[in-house]
Design a protein around this ligand. Sequence first.
Ligand code: 6PG
Length: 236
Amino acid sequence: MKAQQKILPDSERLIEAAAEHFVATARSAIAKRGVFFVALAGGSTPKGLYQKLATSPYIEQIDWARVQIFFGDERCVPATHDDSNFKMARLAMLDHLPIPPENVHRMPTESGDADEVARRYAETIKSVLQESPFDLVLLGLGPDGHIASLFPETAALEVTDSLTTSLFVEKFQSWRVTLTYPVINAARQVIVFIAGEAKTEIVRDITTEAVTGLPVQRLAPTGDYYWFMDKAAAAK
Ligand code: 6PG
């Protein structure tokens, strides 16, 4: 599935372009349906975008009371743990937004083992979204081509009968919970957000198809699909 590529000269312009795009997507969803359902990416790349969205003029341009925030994946650690994607997003953005706490749906990693967390989160998604798809799923790209916590050669890649799944990630020796392909592909829009020279090789290998079958290459969004990159990531 080919994405529309947006390549910005540097990370600051990338963040500004992504923030403007996020605002436009949110405003359009709210204007049409009165709500914006978004799943945030974890990792380090999106932190700058989250910080930007929590500052003027962006923060005033979204009616945050009409935004329902979810997460594309989570590490099975307490919400206070430094590895928590929720904690990263909370400190970078959520704590600074005029958003009702009940609109922020973190994965309840304290509620039991990874399977139980995945099961509960799928229930939360269903109860909040009802029959609606996500308006936007924001993803980062791992150097091995993973997105969310859909890591290469894991059974998570084959799950098609639930919105979420859990997996033990050998390389990190940690349990994770992730959205699955069906719910990501059903989104009205998917953005893969890639920055920095650490991603140059993986971006080159994917766009030249020197490698195939990586998790990001198995994405098949039914809606709009973008790669937002800075020049460093797209250098080759
Ligand atoms: C996570 C993320 C993961 C991340 C990529 C890229 O929980 O780690 O969801 O999919 O987006 O690994 O991470 P960086 O942005 O830190 O390079």
